[in-house]
Design a protein around this ligand. Sequence first.
Ligand code: NDP
Ligand code: MG
Length: 391
Amino acid sequence: MVAIRSLTILGATGSIGTSTLDVVARHPERFRVHALTGHRRLELLAEQCVQYRPERAVVPDAEGAARLRRLVGSLPVQIDHGTQALCEVAAEAQIVMAAIVGAAGLPSALAAARAGRQILLANKEALVMGGQLFVDAVARHGATLLPIDSEHNAIFQCLPRGRDTGQSVDGIARVILTASGGPFRDVPLEHLREVTPDQACAHPNWVMGRKISVDSATMMNKGLEVIEARWLFDVAPERIEVLIHPQSVIHSMVSYVDGSVIAQLGNPDMRTPIAYALAYPERIDAGVAALNLAQIGTLRFETPDLKRFPCLRLAQAALVAGGSAPVVLNAANEIAVEAFLSGRIGFLAIAETVDATLSRVAVQYPDSLEHLAEIDQQARGVARALVEVIS
Ligand code: NDP
Ligand code: MG
């Protein structure tokens, strides 16, 4: 018999959050939901509270807390609001799924690290921003960091067993991150100026939240993942390769110095990496259909075109520049994607805004969460001003 473990899901109402609950529902003997958090979708959060009976729920503000209380009636759940409460519920459970989108997820993910928890990290922006600070906190407090991002989860599975994330592994020639190329891989370049948010969010293989869907269309997502890989696997930037693989069947690979290449394959369904990390080091049913390679027939690969995907180039350059450059890249991207999704700027202006912000904010070397937050705010201010001028 397995011991039941407590679980907090930060960002329970999102795409990763709901997929996590789907896996949890298949294994009631393994997981007890300690806390669920949401932001705007409070009706959904209320339904989740009724179904999964968490001890605590966290929402952004007092108004949201009062609304959630009305929605759940007399259900015995403690409802709190704000970042402090998010950090508390992150520190309390044995397993923490960090699935808030964007920089907003950093403080609570870091709180889980500082409490020495098993962190299932979907919120790549936390690692892009936190970098050394984040991996140091994981190591210092004996936390376990398991990647949920499908590529990093794949790489983790392709590395020798029994090592921690953040530790280098001998004999690796390259890690190869695969990328679908998103919905605009074959769209003529001159049409990219006109594409709409709905077109950008219509990913060919994955169903995801809107922000990461736009990031996939610009390939900023892959750029953020290159930075994420650098910190998760302690691998030098020049050893991280990006390869377009439109079928999204190979989720990533590790190439070793003896010529071996080890890949992880599966249907594109986030429940696979989620189940892997939830039960680690065991394997449990994720509800995912078996991979049928005969039906898929062909797997294709190509090198990304950096003219089509300038965001990938900008992210790679920010990683090499080091210091606060990834923080600035991420902040500017969040502002630009939000402006694109709300129809204020065009698709191509996302990369232009990120590029211009990076060249306006000098590289600094943050050593605390407070300093990181200051740089993040500074970059957001610059990016917002740029968006104002364009829109
Ligand atoms: P969604 O937009 O679907 O969900 C985001 C979650 O965060 C929701 O629960 C949302 O609440 C909550 N949230 C949003 N803003 C805030 C805030 N300011 N404070 C607190 N909570 C907030 O995103 P995804 O699930 O797609 O992505 C989550 C993370 O996982 C991202 O970092 C993404 O890059 C990463 N990821 C996602 C993948 C996927 O397949 N979806 C794959 C790999 C990584 P509400 O919905 O109630 O407003
Ligand atoms: Mg990914």
